[in-house]
Write a protein that binds this ligand. Structure first.
Ligand SMILES: [Zn+2]
Length: 255
C-alpha cells in the first residue's frame, strides 16, 4: 500500500461515514416517531367520530323537515275542512260529521307528530352538544399533532445541516484516499459493523478496546503506516494529537 497521503484521512473518512449513518438513522427514527403516529391515529378516529355524528345530525334534520312538511299539509287539510264546514254549502249531516271527525283525527295525528318533533329537537340538541365536545377534542389533538410535527421537522432540519456537512467532508476526503485502501475499507465496513478504521493508543485498539501485545505493538511504531489490529482485524493508525482535532470536527452528533 502506498503511503504518500496523510493516513489520518482514513480516520476522517471513518468518522464522517459513522456520523452520516448515525444521522440518517436518527432522521429515519424521527420520521417514524411513535408518539406522532399514535396522535395521528387518534386524530383520524376523532374525525371519523365527527363525521358519524354529523351524518346523524343530518338524518335528524331531514326527519324533522319531513315532519314539518307533513304538519303543513295536515294543517292545510284542517283549514280546508273548516272552510267547507263554515261555508254553509254542506247540508248533509253525515258529511258534516265525517268532516268534523276527520278534523279531530288530523289534530290528534298532528299532536303525535308535534310530540315526535319535540323528541327529535331534544335529540338534536344533545347531538349538537356531543358534536361540540368532539370537535374540541379533535382540535386539541390536531394542535398537538401540529406541534409535534413542527418539533420533529425542526430536529430533522438541524440534522440535515450536519448531514450535509459530513457528506461534503466525506466526498472531499475520499478524493485523497488511494483506491487500494478503499476496497479494503469497504470490505471491512461490511464485515465490521460499519467501523473499518480505528486508532491505537498506549497498546490499546480503540475500535475493539482490546490490548495489543507488547510483541505486536513493537512492530507498530511508524506513525505513517497503516496497521491491522491483531484482535479485530480493522485498519489501525497510531494515535497523534491531530486525532483530537479530527474528533472535534465531528462533535455535532456525539455531544
Ligand atoms: Zn481492534
Amino acid at each position: 500500500m502506498n503511503n504518500d497521503f496523510d493516513i489520518v484521512s482514513l480516520y476522517i473518512l471513518q468518522l464522517a461515514s459513522s456520523g452520516i449513518s448515525h444521522i440518517e438513522k436518527e432522521i429515519q427514527k424521527l420520521k417514524e416517531d411513535e408518539e406522532l403516529r399514535l396522535r395521528e391515529d387518534e386524530m383520524k378516529e376523532a374525525q371519523e367520530k365527527l363525521d358519524l355524528l354529523s351524518e346523524k345530525l343530518h338524518e335528524f334534520d331531514k326527519e324533522r323537515k319531513k315532519f314539518d312538511d307533513e304538519l303543513v299539509l295536515k294543517t292545510d287539510k284542517i283549514k280546508k275542512n273548516e272552510k267547507r264546514l263554515s261555508s254553509g254549502t254542506i247540508t248533509n249531516t253525515k258529511e258534516i260529521i265525517s268532516l268534523q271527525e276527520e278534523i279531530v283525527s288530523i289534530k290528534k295525528f298532528n299532536d303525535s307528530i308535534e310530540n315526535k318533533v319535540l323528541e327529535l329537537l331534544i335529540k338534536i340538541d344533545d347531538l349538537n352538544e356531543e358534536l361540540k365536545a368532539e370537535k374540541e377534542k379533535k382540535d386539541k389533538i390536531t394542535a398537538h399533532v401540529d406541534n409535534l410535527k413542527n418539533e420533529i421537522d425542526k430536529k430533522i432540519d438541524r440534522l440535515q445541516i450536519v448531514l450535509k456537512k459530513y457528506l461534503n467532508r466525506k466526498e472531499e476526503i475520499l478524493k485523497t484516499i488511494p483506491d487500494d485502501y478503499m476496497s479494503k475499507i469497504n470490505e471491512l465496513v461490511q464485515k465490521k459493523g460499519g467501523i473499518a478504521v480505528g486508532v491505537f493508543k498506549d497498546r490499546m485498539c480503540l475500535a475493539c478496546n482490546m490490548e495489543i501485545s507488547t510483541g505486536e505493538s513493537s512492530k507498530m511504531e511508524n506513525a505513517n503506516e497503516v496497521f491491522k489490529c491483531p484482535n479485530c482485524r480493522r485498519m489501525l493508525i497510531k494515535y497523534r494529537d491531530k486525532i483530537e482535532d479530527v474528533k472535534k470536527e465531528f462533535l455535532d452528533i456525539n455531544s
